[in-house]
Design a binder for this molecule. Structure first.
Ligand code: S3P
Length: 439
């Protein structure tokens, strides 16, 4: 073993209450919008995960200053204008960081090279580069992937663009480019995708239109600073939602401060259709984003055909959903989810191999999986270095028939530092095996 792994004991039940750490998507946007603002932007509940810290280092390399505030808050102090970085900007594992930054820098008369780790260097970047070129940006990808080389270009032209995939990263990158273009940039989406950029731009005083059709901004414009409260990340809550449904006790587990932006919560609908009981309590709004506490009851789940229109609204939650399906009765079918193949790993293939390794029958399809639910044995699962795959199998292990070993879990720190402690606090028998130790 040359990377950290987990061993998780089966049995027992999950109980208790935890606070879900800050939203990763929103935390990236705090750094990016903070760095181009007209005054400082303060964020409480910022997620100090490796992905968001990579974006923080990138904005610092471009001339912004970031101060740490008590209780994990941050204050971003924007420079008068961004300046060229001295070396390549390294986004680690983060597709959101690199794609949004490409859009942000495209029209800012700056030369920059944007890169990342081995996984990020395999991910498609032309989906942002091609429409940005149509706006007048000068940039090159490396066979469609990072490194991305941006050359200084003058003011961009606005664009009216219909995205071929419902991608919030593409939409956001183009909106960020649109902030420095002269005129109205319109991005149309084939289905709903998360709208945090639009909400934050509006909260920071930019003129933005948004709807199910997509979004538009009128440039040139700069967001103002102010104060943002970052809600808990629904995608991090997802592991404990599934864990609570599968392995909760007599009382519900409680997850507090969870962001419930309707473009993110497709999993709640899907799990509801499968028979999951999840209650929403103390629903409130913070800085334009809905937030609530969730009560999750142990439930008998049954397999379903997942409606394809819910796929973009649950795009990061499929690893968690797949393990729920493996422990449900009956068959679950997911179609229309080919985007899962270009995430931090090929999540269709990696989840199929992982589920097979714990005795679940799956049929892999180009755009999804067919999962025969019922039981999960113990065994060894390779997460493929994918944080969400690792956390999904960890919570499912509570219902396996023997211990589960999950390999290559270091990247959990990209989105959920402290996951092991949170899981253990709820009663999961999780233990970290460090490199060099006997597996
Ligand atoms: C994100 C958008 C989604 C999601 C990713 C975060 C964002 O990616 O999978 O984890 O913050 O905009 P796509 O836009 O590629 O679907």
């Amino acid at each position: 073993m040359n990377a950290p792994a987990w061993r998780v004991r089966p049995g027992g039940s999950l109980a208790g209450k935890i606070r879900i750490p800050g939203d990763k998507s929103i935390s990236h946007r705090v750094m990016l919008l903070g760095a181009i603002g007209t005054s400082p932007l303060e964020a409480h509940g910022f997620l100090h995960s490796e992905d968001c810290l990579a974006t923080r280092r990138a904005v610092e390399a471009l001339g912004a200053r970031v101060e740490d505030l008590p209780a994990g808050g941050v204050r971003v102090l924007p420079p008068e204008r961004l300046t060229a970085p001295r070396g390549p900007l390294d986004f680690g594992n983060s597709g959101t960081g690199i794609r949004l930054m490409t859009g942000l820098l495209a029209g800012r008369e700056i030369d920059a090279v944007l890169t990342g780790d081995a996984s990020l260097q395999r991910r498609p970047m032309e989906r942002v580069a091609a429409p940005l070129r149509r706006m007048g940006a000068r940039l090159e990808t490396s066979n469609g992937c990072p490194p991305i080389r941006i050359a200084a270009a003058g003011p961009l032209q606005p664009l009216d663009y219909a995205m071929p995939v419902a991608s919030a990263q593409v939409k956001s990158a183009l909106l960020l480019a649109g902030l420095s273009a002269r005129g109205r940039t319109v991005i149309r989406q084939p289905a709903l995708s998360r709208d945090h950029t639009e909400r934050m731009l509006a909260a920071l005083g930019c003129s933005v239109e948004a709807g199910d059709w997509g979004a538009a901004v009128v440039g040139p414009t700069r967001p103002r600073g102010g104060k943002i409260i970052v809600p808990g990340d629904f995608s991090s809550a997802a592991f404990f939602i599934v864990g609570g449904l599968l392995a909760g006790g007599d009382v519900p587990i409680e997850l507090t401060g969870v962001g419930l932006n309707p473009t993110r919560t497709g999993l709640l609908e899907i799990l509801g259709m499968m028979g999951g009981r999840i209650e929403i309590a103390r629903l409130r709004e913070e800085c334009g984003e809905p937030v609530a506490d969730l009560l999750v009851w142990r439930s008998e789940l049954k397999g379903i055909d997942v409606p394809p229109e819910l796929v973009p609204l649950a795009i990061d939650e499929f690893p968690a959903l797949f393990v729920a399906a493996a422990l449900a009765s009956g068959t679950t079918r997911v179609r229309g989810a080919e985007e899962l193949r270009v995430k931090e790993s090929d999540r269709i293939a990696v989840m199929a191999r992982g589920l097979e390794a714990v005795g679940t029958r799956v049929v892999e399809q180009p755009d999804g999986l067919l999962i025969e639910g019922g039981r999960m044995t113990g065994g060894t699962v390779d997460s493929g270095g994918d944080h969400r795959v690792a956390m999904s199998f960890a919570v499912a292990a509570a219902r396996a028939t023997a211990p589960l070993e999950i390999l290559d879990v270091a990247n959990v720190a990209t989105s959920f530092p402290g996951f092991e402690q949170a899981a253990a606090a709820l009663g999961l028998g999780i233990e970290t095996l460090t490199p060099g130790a006997a597996a």
